[in-house]
Design a protein around this ligand. Structure first.
Ligand code: FAD
Ligand code: NAD
Length: 481
């Protein structure tokens, strides 16, 4: 058994590769074990995010958005385009190229930072020893003072719609269709269902989304969720709420299709699709990761149990990213990876879990940070709201992007910003400035006193902050001051 590393990381997704790089930057000798591999059995880094998640989905969202814009929006600007065609294999190849560039980039970063990448499957044994099963079947054991578990997550399967990677696919399969399905079903109106449903709807699929819950996007501020449902329905997504899938049957033969049965408030229903995407959430990849004697605990749902610093109950064993509690987001995992690396190096770094930003990359985007009105009501906290619609923001009008609004919520007494909720053009990037402001405990007045460039979409954020105290200039204030 070799003991030549200070830190061994299992998994090279956003949590693992970031943790490994930061450890190495801090002078710790670091190895990172990754099971994802190419045809030649070389490790491929970047995890779900770079290979089959954030990046490929955004590549398809951007390609399909350009196509939809050319089809529906160009004429507003006086541009006519005829003979417009979508080359799906070219779109998929572009996405694959971006994925290759980014996963190759992580490999280069490992080399530059002297992180040792190891291809194989890692398992934590007792006494901070890791067993690596290489792709040729051989095994090796290594131990280190610190182990960071970053094995990530995988799609959840449901018995009524078993994924066959052909007619019924999960999110990974939905990034690889070779042609636009005529009738596309999506189970789950969550982030993946809406993002990938939007991609294929823009390219011409008739998309039906079956969502078990009666509420649409319950984690999103109610006002925004209502507006999103309206906009997405207008875009052609048929979102059926309260639809519980009970079974599915794939038709054999050349023209494959799948018949899906579900129940809703009107009783039993049946619907036929050419392709079906199952997007009902993700689960932690913790099976076969831990030996019984490792001492690391899993909760009922399979998440590794950690405290707020990502420490497990075994001193020197840490876990971050999708493998542990909290939202399954790449940036949350990355921040945890940095925190753990810095704590191993003796710093007191923390993650501010109150300010995790969320984004749904539909068009328009939906982005938020902090508390919703609904949460504040439940907490019995008094608050003031300021909002501003993009329909009267000059830059949004110039770009023909005037759907949506910015909403800022502040404490009624202290004026400290408690939440920011945006549906609209570039909502993700607009919201990010509020994450920074909130990190510095800004008040709505602080934002109002800041100078914003004109004409920008950001001015909608400025006006919403001014509106919190009834000072908006370019909109009518609900609150008079
Ligand atoms: P992962 O990225 O899952 O990486 C875990 C790595 O560990 C993998 O490479 C895996 O092969 C490896 N591994 C697992 N077990 C072992 C083992 N025993 N030995 C060795 N290696 C192992 N999040 C966002 O923030 N923004 C987005 O826009 C976004 N879009 C998404 C779109 C889709 C379609 C999907 C599926 C997800 C998306 N996510 C997005 C979520 C994001 O991808 C995850 O939150 C993120 O990748 C989690 O990072 P992680 O490092 O914890 O795990
Ligand atoms: P999700 O939790 O966002 O949504 C799943 C949806 O499926 C929920 O609305 C749920 O009620 C519904 N559902 C569950 N079981 C069902 C059933 N049997 N029938 C019908 N509906 C059912 O999960 P997801 O969309 O699969 O995404 C997984 C994770 O990936 C999320 O946690 C998300 O954080 C992450 N992700 C993030 C982004 C982003 O940040 N933009 C994009 C994609 C994925």
């Amino acid at each position: 058994m070799s003991n030549k590393y200070d830190v061994i990381v299992i998994g090279a997704g956003p949590a693992g590769y970031v943790a490994a790089i930061r450890c190495a930057q801090l002078g710790l000798k670091t190895a990172c074990i990754e099971k994802w591999h190419d045809d030649k059995k070389n490790a491929v880094y970047g995890g779900t995010c770079l290979n089959v998640g954030c990046i490929p989905s955004k590549a398809l969202l951007d390609s399909s958005h350009k196509y939809a814009e050319a089809q529906h929006d160009f004429k507003t600007h006086g541009i006519s385009a005829s003979g417009l065609k979508m080359d799906v294999p070219a779109m998929i190849a572009r996405k694959a190229k971006i994925v290759d560039q980014l996963t190759g980039g992580v490999k280069q970063l490992f080399t530059a930072n002297k992180v040792e990448g190891i291809a194989g499957v890692g398992k934590l044994l007792a006494n901070k020893t890791v067993q690596i099963t290489k792709h040729d079947g051989s095994t090796e054991e290594m131990s280190a003072e610190n182990i960071i578990l970053c094995a990530g997550s995988a799609p959840i399967n449901i018995p009524p719609a078993p994924v066959d990677n052909d007619t019924i696919v999960d999110s990974t399969g939905a990034l690889e269709f070779s042609a636009v399905p005529k009738r596309l079903g999506v189970i789950g109106a969550g982030v993946i269902g809406l993002e990938l449903g939007s991609v294929w709807a823009r390219l011409g699929s008739e998309v039906t989304v079956l969502e078990a819950m009666d509420a649409f996007l319950p984690a999103v501020d109610n006002q925004l969720a209502k507006s999103a449902l309206k906009i997405m329905t207008k875009q052609g997504l048929d979102i059926k709420l309260g639809a519980k899938v009970t079974g599915s049957k794939v038709a054999k033969g050349k023209a494959k299709s799948v018949t899906v049965n579900y129940t809703d408030k009107d009783g039993e229903q049946e619907i036929v699709f050419d392709k079906l995407i199952v997007a009902v959430g993700r689960r932690p990849v913790s099976e076969n990761l831990l030996d019984e004697k490792s001492g690391v605990e899993l909760d009922k749902r399979g998440f590794v149990v950690v405290d707020e610093t990502c420490a497990t109950a075994v001193a020197g064993v840490w876990a971050c990213g999708d493998l542990v509690r909290g939202p399954m987001l790449a940036h949350k995992g990355m921040e945890e990876g940095v925190m753990v690396a810095e704590r191993i190096a003796g710093k007191k770094t923390q993650v501010n879990y109150d300010l995790v930003p969320f984004v749904i990359y539909t068009h328009p985007e939906i982005a938020w940070v902090g508390k919703t009105e609904e949460q504040l009501k439940e907490e019995g906290r008094e608050y003031s709201v300021g909002s501003f619609p993009f329909s009267i923001n000059g830059r949004a009008m110039a770009a023909n992007e005037s759907d949506g609004m910015v909403k800022i919520i502040a404490d009624a007494k202290t004026d400290r910003v408690l939440g920011c909720h945006i549906i609209g053009p570039s909502a993700a990037d607009l919201m990010q400035q509020m994450v920074i402001a909130m990190e510095f405990s800004a008040s709505a007045e602080d934002i109002g006193l800041t100078m914003f460039s004109h004409p920008t979409l950001s001015e909608a954020v400025h006006e919403a902050a001014l509106a919190v105290n009834g000072h908006a200039i370019h909109g009518v204030n609900k609150r008079k001051r």
